[in-house]
Design a protein around this ligand. Structure first.
Ligand code: ADP
Length: 464
């Protein structure tokens, strides 16, 4: 069943129950008051003037036993009056539709009221009043008026209940349809996205209510998914393009080797060719590893407390193990950041690898780490201000760097890791004016530490 039909039905049921309860209470209290009024009328007339002892004025109850019309004082009770005599006989005025008596009626010692029926089957209220000498006077009043009033009331109340429930159902249906209209639009958009797989389809839901919030959350979700898909697609396209060159040269070299094997003609530089193959295969492996790192989404990063001083020292140790002609000057304070230790170490290592790659043998690589900042300075040719921002793009390499090993993904990974930790990476003007100064700035415990490394300013942030 549709939600709006369900809401309409529930509204109608609730309203119907409420009206039914109110109607029942109204009906019962009206019935009670009408019967009380009738009883009062009956009791108000007791004792009847003709039954007043001891100096019974004429005519008295005995008149009832006389043939002919009753005397005047009894006239108003003529609707139903009977004298139940002690000897067991019953007198009533002629022409009166007398009450069907019950055995207990004759023994009434106090004034009692009960429901009953007349001989012709009409409902009546009966008052039984002892006259003192063993005789009991039964006076009755018709319940027909009360019953017809109650029947009328019943009809009205049932009609009101049904009408109220129908109105409530219609109002519920109308209201839910209005309220759920944005929901229907949202559902339509979601179904369209599911059908076409087009995450860029617009999701237009306005309003500040729950449905509006849901719509905005849904739009934000599809936006984030579209963004993630765009990035993944761009990465795959770039990767396919970048993998083609090393794969072509790998295939050419393997073809050369295979042809020499087939023809039996020895290759002059077979050893060098094999070395190159090894290097190319290694680079291809590195490229694939870097691509896998880049393909990770932000939420796949860990969120642990990471000691950055230790991370920097580890990265330096790893870089030093493959740097034979460089020395490292490390100035590392201990500070912590919430994040992924492995990714942060790779980030620092990429900066160190670049410093080693682009600076001359025998030079010093200066590494500094202080709350919120990691910087790596080298004594190489440096990087032109115009190239500083694009250097962090995927696969970007300066023309001079193309002859060196590398994929152009190292700094893209640095920028990605820094961004995933709420920070950023950039190149700064080195204080000495020589070489390159790569800087990563990260917020510590959710806030930025003031720049403590000389030469590193907010300018870096603006550049990115
Ligand atoms: P790769 O090092 O594999 O070429 P990166 O993304 O690490 O890729 O670097 C991109 C480019 O930025 C490099 O090709 C180089 O031109 C420039 N670059 C990076 N680090 C330095 C550095 N320390 N000194 C000079 N140029 C650098």
């Amino acid at each position: 069943m549709l939600l709006r039909s369900r809401v309409a039905l529930i509204t109608a049921a609730i309203v119907a129950v409420a009206i039914a309860v109110i109607s029942t209470v109204t009906y019962l209290s009206t019935e009670h008051s009408l019967r009380a009024q009738l009883d009062e009328t009956l009791l108000g007339g007791w004792p009847p003037p003709g039954a007043r002892p001891p100096d019974q004025p004429k005519p008295g109850p005995a008149d009832l036993c006389r043939p002919g019309p009753p005397g005047r004082p009894l006239q108003r009770f003529v609707e139903g009056i009977q004298l139940l005599k002690a000897d067991g006989t019953v007198c009533s005025p002629p022409g009166v539709d007398s009450v069907v008596l019950e055995p207990a009626d004759r023994t009434a010692r106090v004034v009692t009221l009960r429901d009953g029926y007349t001989q012709s089957g009409k409902p009546v209220r009966v008052l039984l009043g002892p006259l003192g000498d063993g005789n009991v006077l039964a006076i009755s009043r018709s319940l027909a008026e009360v019953d017809s009033t109650l029947a009328g009331l019943r009809t009205i109340l049932i009609a009101v209940s049904v009408l109220g429930a129908l109105l409530a159902a219609a109002a519920g249906l109308l209201l839910t349809r209005r309220t759920l209209r944005p929901m229907a639009r949202l559902t339509g958009a979601a179904e369209e996205i599911a059908r076409t797989h087009d995450l860029d389809l617009p999701v237009t839901v306005s309003g500040r209510d729950e449905v509006g919030r849901l719509g905005r959350a849904f739009a934000a979700m599809t936006g984030a998914l579209a963004d993630s898909r765009r990035r993944q697609r761009a990465l795959v396209t770039d990767a396919a393009h970048e993998l083609r060159t090393p794969l072509t040269s790998l295939r050419t070299n393997i073809d050369l080797l295979a042809r020499s094997e087939r023809t039996g003609r020895a290759l002059a530089d077979r050893g060098r060719l094999l070395d190159r193959l090894q290097v190319q295969a290694g680079e291809l492996g590195d490229l694939v590893t870097e691509l896998v790192v880049l393909a990770r989404d932000e939420h796949e990063f860990d969120h642990a407390e990471v000691a950055m001083g230790t991370v920097v020292r580890h990265a330096v140790r790893r870089a030093a193990s493959r740097a034979r002609n460089h020395t490292f000057a490390v100035d590392s304070a201990e500070w912590t950041v919430s994040g992924d230790e492995g990714a942060l170490e790779r980030m620092v290592l990429n900066l160190l690898d670049n410093a080693l790659k682009f600076s001359p043998a025998g030079s010093v690589v200066t590494v500094r780490s202080a709350p919120g900042l990691v910087s790596v300075a080298d004594e190489g040719p440096g990087i032109a201000p115009a190239d500083r921002a694009p250097a962090f793009d995927r696969f970007w390499r300066s023309p001079e760097a193309r002859s060196l090993p590398g994929s152009g993904l190292g700094l893209a990974i640095v920028a990605d890791v820094a961004a995933a930790h709420g920070g950023y990476a950039c190149f700064e003007d080195p204080p000495s004016g020589r070489g390159a100064l790569a800087v990563v700035r990260l917020p510590t415990e959710g806030s930025w530490a003031d720049g403590v490394i000389p030469g590193v300013s907010a300018k870096c942030r603006n550049e990115r």
